[in-house]
Ligand binder design. Structure first.
Ligand code: SIN
Length: 320
């Protein structure tokens, strides 16, 4: 008689506050991120064994404070996610990550991975040594979400709220519930070990735009794309300097519905004439800019400036 192999959830550790420690007992700030290994994080939450019928498998991808996220860690993480998603025994993936650039990693993975099963990022606002750390509950919720049969795509969960990769951003430096999805709203919640989807249905999986880049990502040269802000007194000098340094792309964080200081606008027009790709994203944390009529650049399709930068880098790598 053949025994069916047990499905598994793979937990990929990258560091962050969820793996952080402080030498000051109970401190919530002033700690060092990325100290505790992912295996140890799992061992600290015995309830994980009941959260899903799947086996849990841990893998350390990196051990960093996510403010220091770089292209090599991104390439390694995306590559391992793709390999695990190709394994039919993998029911879902959980990624433990720092909160500071989590939304960027989530968007990168969303642009690269055909995730017919859930890839769930989670994090913590308090280190593992805090008096009341939030990491263990977030990890438990992430495993619950990764084991949920109706879930798919790149998701994140923190403070019991499920967000999608496109809309989520960190909106508070200290609050435990530090993430929001603006106008789009959250996708659902994890409550007492159960997933409840907003509007009663799980989100559909969206095809990644840049999956073709995955096989070569580890050795790819990432094009230099920078973000500049339109603000009072912006004179565009920084744009001219970037063009001089060989920048390939610029995302401008524009005011309101894509308006720019006229001096900055003139400098960006010079950049376009020099062959630099420019995209306009709004500085406003909520809402979505309307398409810009007659401008020599495209808008960022509702992405925040940091996510628009990732999409533009991938677009340039793809030669699109
Ligand atoms: C980090 O992003 O790695 C540190 C901050 C955090 O996780 O909250």
């Amino acid at each position: 008689m053949q025994v069916a192999a047990t499905r598994k959830i793979v937990v990929l550790g990258t560091g962050g506050t969820i793996a952080g420690t402080s030498s000051v007992a109970g401190a919530n700030v002033g700690y060092t991120a990325g100290q505790i290994g992912v295996q140890q994080l799992l061992a600290a939450v015995p309830a994980l064994a009941q959260a899903s019928p799947c086996n849990l498998e841990a893998e350390q991808i990196a051990q960093i404070d996510s403010k220091d996220m770089d292209f090599s860690v991104w390439a390694r993480l995306a590559g391992r996610c793709a390999q695990h998603l190709a394994d039919p025994l993998v029911a879902g993936i959980v990624i433990t990550h720092g909160t500071d650039t989590l939304e960027e990693t989530a968007w990168l993975l969303r642009e690269l991975l055909a995730a017919s099963r859930p890839v769930v990022l989670t994090c913590a606002m308090r280190p593992a040594t805090a008096l009341v750390p939030d990491g263990p509950q977030n990890l438990l919720d992430a495993v619950t979400l990764a084991a949920e049969p109706s879930a798919c795509g790149v998701l994140m969960v923190a403070a019991g709220v499920v967000h999608g990769a496109r809309a989520v951003s960190k909106v508070h430096p200290l609050r435990l519930d530090a993430f929001a999805s603006g106008d789009e709203g959250s996708l659902g919640w994890v409550e007492a070990g159960r997933v409840r989807w907003a509007h009663g249905r799980a989100p559909a999986v969206t095809a990644p735009r840049h999956a073709a880049l995955l096989p070569g990502l580890a050795t790819a040269a990432w094009p230099r794309v920078e973000i500049v802000h339109s603000h009072a007194g912006a004179d565009g000098c920084v744009v001219d300097w970037l063009v001089d340094k060989g920048v390939r792309g610029i995302v401008v964080a524009a005011t309101g519905n894509g308006t720019l200081h006229r001096a900055l606008e003139a400098a960006l027009a010079r950049a376009v004439a020099a062959g630099v790709a420019v995209r306009a994203a709004s500085r406003c944390p909520e809402g979505r800019m309307l398409a810009i009529e007659g401008a020599p650049w495209r808008d960022a399709e509702g992405l925040s400036p940091v996510k628009a930068r990732i999409s533009l880098m991938l677009e340039l790598m793809d030669g699109a």
